[in-house]
Design a protein around this ligand. Structure first.
Ligand code: CP
Length: 310
């Protein structure tokens, strides 16, 4: 595997290989005072974020550092991007400077694929850390890792993805990956927050949350992405919270074993009540922890697959 651009391009064996590697890396680091493996010594990883991020950026940086890579962070505001340099020229510059891997987040759907195209005659790998409304493959992988920790195999498991599917790269990546891993996905959203063509996706669609909850093994809540709704949005925050927010009453409709996920950042009180976010059924901090191991695994498969993990 040279790049990780989408979960759409991952087959079941590749996805399970990454998740198994993440598990092995987690075990290898468990209880260690010094969390440092030599696996990527001498490799250079550059994160290039054109959109804000806390979780993805920090966990990629930690992942690279825990594997002894040199990690350099570039942001659009602090680089020559702010002087008008194009994505292509920036990518070629980072490659020429010695990047073995470029991790990119960009507001334009397809940006990571374009980058991989420009770098195709080089040895530099590209990881998509979120491109517009398209994909966020490492988020879906860390979600799957968290569900495997809590539920075991995903074959036949039922997962509801609730909220702003229209603008969500997390939802797209999860639909591909969860169905590849054998889960049954239900999208729960108002018609205004579903994409055109959703009827062709391998999912069931519902506009009503309460009747769906009792049959789910997991519920994944999505952030309502107001920044991508230039013309305002319907329903309003209050209407949304009443119709789709996971509150204490709705938590009780879920089976006891069901897991609550949220990719973050969370809008407490809107898509999720604090009492739910902080409940034992919520695995939100586990998602963040697994994000480091999954991103280590991705870097391992791209840059060090011929070597041992520990
Ligand atoms: N889930 C996620 O991508 O979070 P950040 O935007 O903080 O990276």
């Amino acid at each position: 595997m040279k790049h990780l651009l989408s979960t759409d391009g991952l087959d079941r064996d590749q996805a399970i290989a990454i998740l198994d590697t993440a598990d092995r890396l987690k075990q290898a680091l468990l209880g260690r005072e010094v969390r440092k493996l030599p696996t990527l010594r001498g490799r250079t990883v550059i994160t290039m974020f054109y959109e804000n991020s806390t979780r993805t950026r920090v966990s990629f940086e930690i992942a690279g550092k825990w594997m002894s890579a040199d990690v350099i962070n570039v942001s659009s505001s602090g680089s020559s991007v702010s002087k008008g340099e194009s994505l292509r020229d920036t990518a070629l510059t980072l490659q020429a400077a010695g990047a073995d891997c470029v991790i990119v987040r960009h507001p334009a759907s397809g940006a990571a694929h374009r980058l991989a195209g420009w770098l195709k005659h080089t040895n530099t790998s590209v990881v998509n850390a979120g491109d517009g409304m398209h994909e966020h493959p490492t988020q879906a992988l860390l979600d799957a890792a968290t569900l495997r920790d809590r539920l075991g195999s995903l074959d036949g498991r039922r997962v509801a993805i609730v909220g702003d599917v229209l603008h969500s790269r997390v939802a797209r990546s999860n639909v591909h990956l969860l169905t590849t891993l054998g889960a049954e996905v239900t999208l729960v959203a108002p018609p205004t927050l579903l994409p055109t063509g959703v009827e062709k996706w391998p999912v069931t669609v519902s506009h009503e949350i309460d009747s769906e909850l009792a049959s789910q093994d997991a519920v994944m809540l999505l952030r309502v992405q107001a920044e991508r709704m230039t013309g305002g949005f319907f329903p309003s925050s209050r209407e949304y919270s009443i119709a789709y927010g996971l509150n204490e009453r709705r938590l009780k409709l879920l089976p006891e074993h069901a897991v609550v996920l949220h990719p973050g950042p969370m809008l407490r009180g809107m898509e999720i009540a604090s009492v739910v976010a902080d409940s034992p059924q919520a695995a939100i901090t586990e998602q963040v922890r697994n994000g480091v191991h999954v991103r280590m695994a991705v870097l391992y498969h791209l840059l060090a697959h011929e070597e041992e993990t520990s």
